[in-house]
Write a protein that binds this ligand. Sequence first.
Ligand code: ARG
Length: 290
Amino acid sequence: MYNYTHIQSSGVTDAKKEITMKKIIAMMLALMLVMTGIAVFTSCENDTPEETTTEAPTTEEATTEAPAPAVIKMATNAYFQPYEFYDGDQIVGIDAEIAAAIAEKLGMTLEIVDMEFDSIITAVNEGSVDFGMAGMTVTEDRQKEVDFSISYANGVQSIIVKEGSSITCADDLYAEGASYKVGVQLGTTGDIYATGDFGAENVTTYSNGNEAVLALLGGDVDCVIIDNEPAKALVAANKGLNILETAYANEDYAICVKKGNSELLAKIDQAIKDLTADGTIDAIIAKYIK
Ligand code: ARG
């Protein structure tokens, strides 16, 4: 159409016009043939069942074909700085950023759902979310309930005490005749280990680390056992607290998916590998942990 009008306005002869029209028609026919060919070719491809069911769309296809990318939901407990915490009404942090990078690799939009830490595994298994990411430690018991990705970070369980506390190292908690009250976040490894080591009667559980620290400041508990980086953030935000030098346990953090969801797990593992190889994960961690 455009070519034809252009030729007309430049005053070419009718004979030339006719030749040009013929060329255009010929080209259009050729184009139609090629397109039919493609259609036949693709429909033949689609006839192979394995290909349509097993072939996952590449990121490129997903972003160019779908104007609104599918949503992938992550469960977390956003009171765990620097892994997940609120900046205004936004959940930010190491996990939030790594998850966003993973979602991007999958061609999906990340949605973060904040909940109690000990609800995350249930939410993942019920399918109300696609995965859980919350500075979550891989433990044998949890591995019976959910499947874990490869690890993307390490954690250490630390002990927070009030300045001048008679607890000066982890061993003091186990000393002959010692009977200290320990504060923890409900359902965390700190809770699990402390309950195992000191008995449930000596452990008080709180909804998050901040509440546990307030209880420590108020004298309700003698120490708080929590992951090292959140411990540092809590000590920085509250006066009169110390982190003991001796760590309580070393751990690996990973993402959990519903047991048996090997398709999503494989994609997440691949994304973690790629984001580790290209330095993205290190850069995100370095942004939050100085
Ligand atoms: N690493 C510990 C665990 O897995 C504590 C994690 C707490 N995470 C959180 N977002 N509150 O049990």
